[in-house]
Design a protein around this ligand. Structure first.
Ligand code: SAM
Length: 256
């Protein structure tokens, strides 16, 4: 089996051949995903974590094949009456596990298409007592489709892919195609945290996020220069610091 087809059901790359209506054969809308699905070959124990743990950590039917009618997830069945948080693009999962351990009374769903990152998260969860995490091994847009409206009380977007070239800025997460579905699933008053080390990403975030129905909660520079008090630095932030880039921590509140 080649490296690229060893885990087709976990994080399936989009087909290269949409039909005439621009839809996936499963009925899914055509969503370009420009990130990476797979990097280094997985270690045998990581392959095992994916096989053994992912099904149990599913938040319910998210993919278009398993949920073509886009029925909303039953998150009350999954998390009872806990508050629900969402982390988009959790990378290696260090922040997700940290928050899950700190907040056992909250249910946290993470979305990440990068299979090596998912495997790292699963390794960390095996070492942790946290039992309040669910994982969508794919694009956050597919997950947001099936999260019932106004159910999530906190969302994290930590070091999203920067897409530095101007012609690629429309691929960034902070575009209305991504932000409108996020606004839909957040409760009025919900908190949305964005961390980035790219000044132009700050610019686009401050322009686009308010348009989607959010208010920036900053009184002065300390509010975006200092990390949140419950912060743990992520792998990507460590890389940014090593390379001399400065983190920005932006906090928004969903209006309403
Ligand atoms: C630069 S990395 C940062 C990872 C991690 N948050 C950190 O701080 O170390 C951005 C991550 O976002 C993920 N990503 C990109 N587009 C995504 C999407 N539409 N849904 C979910 N995750 C996405 C990528 O696969 C990648 O792992």
């Amino acid at each position: 089996m080649s490296e690229d087809d060893s885990h087709p059901s976990h994080a399936t790359p989009p087909q290269t051949d949409p039909d005439r209506e621009g839809r996936h054969v499963s009925g899914a809308p055509w969503r370009n995903f420009y990130g990476r699905f797979k990097g280094k070959t997985l270690k045998p124990n990581q392959e095992r974590y994916l096989d053994e743990d992912l099904p149990r950590l599913s938040p319910g039917p998210v993919g278009w094949e398993e949920n073509p009618r886009r029925e909303p997830l039953d998150l009350e069945r999954v998390f009872g009456n806990r508050d629900i948080w969402l982390e988009i693009g959790f990378g290696g999962g260090e922040h997700l596990v940290h928050q899950a351990e700190r907040n056992p009374d909250v249910g946290i769903i993470g979305a990440e298409p990068y299979i090596n990152g998912i495997a790292m998260l699963l390794g960390k969860l095996r070492q942790s007592e946290a039992a309040n995490v669910r994982v969508h091994p794919g694009d956050a847009r597919d997950l947001m489709d099936v999260i019932p409206a106004a159910t999530v009380s906190r969302a994290f977007l930590l070091y999203p892919d920067p897409w530095p070239k101007a012609r690629h800025h429309r691929r960034r997460f902070v575009t209305q195609d991504h932000l409108a579905p996020l606004a839909r699933v957040l409760k009025p008053g919900a908190i949305f945290r964005v961390a980035t080390d790219i000044p132009d990403y700050v610019r686009q975030t401050l322009e686009e996020v308010p348009k989607a129905g959010f208010e920036w909660l900053a009184d002065g520079p300390q509010d975006w220069r200092q990390p949140w008090q419950d912060w743990i630095s992520t792998r990507y932030e460590q890389k940014a610091l090593r390379e001399g880039r400065r983190p920005h921590y932006l906090t928004f509140r969903r209006s309403g």
